[in-house]
Ligand binder design. Sequence first.
Ligand code: E4P
Length: 222
Amino acid sequence: MKIFLDTADIEEIRTAARWGILDGVTTNPTLYAKVGGSYEDILREVCSLTPGPVSAEVVADEVDDMLEEGRAFAKLAPNIVVKVPMSENGLEAISRFAEEGIKTNCTLIFSTNQGLLAAKAGASLISPFVGRLDDINEDGMIVIRELAEIFALHDIESEVLAASIRHPLHVTQAALAGAHIATLPFKVLQQMVRHPLTDKGIVQFKSDWEKARQAAGAGTPG
Ligand code: E4P
């Protein structure tokens, strides 16, 4: 399963890229609002930090306006993927982008049927929001599992991108459910790195090493 970072924060993206685990980035208007500045400049910089897909989200409601916004994003870098919200207009825009060879990520997917339609319209990435479904007492992982199964069963090329990931367990569950990609807040990525027994083990090894070195030093003649 590929790992994307769900952020518009350049430092977080730089860090994950240095760790060698970054396969792409997703942004959205909320994540952009947290950092501010020029969205276009941020996207250009993010695209230079990863060769993987970088999602840039349109906010227009009408098809022609979505197309205009998306085409402008697509000109910024070759790895831009235009993120389009699920709706009747969204499907039309996705299908038009597909005809133009512009890749899309259909966002705000909350049901398997929405995901199926987005894939049929030609979206490369399908983003079910796991955490937001869990928030309303529905099992978000069911949508991931069903879409992964349907895409495999019918040789559909679109990839299932598990979004709205809230904690490390979601990542494991998404991988087991067959998600092709999970997009994570940087905090979840850090949580995945850590384990209390790893921290304890590092302290213990350091301390034993120091003791052994001191003993060896003490035992050395003159
Ligand atoms: C990613 O593409 C989504 O925009 C994002 O994962 C939404 O996450 P949230 O539900 O935590 O806002």
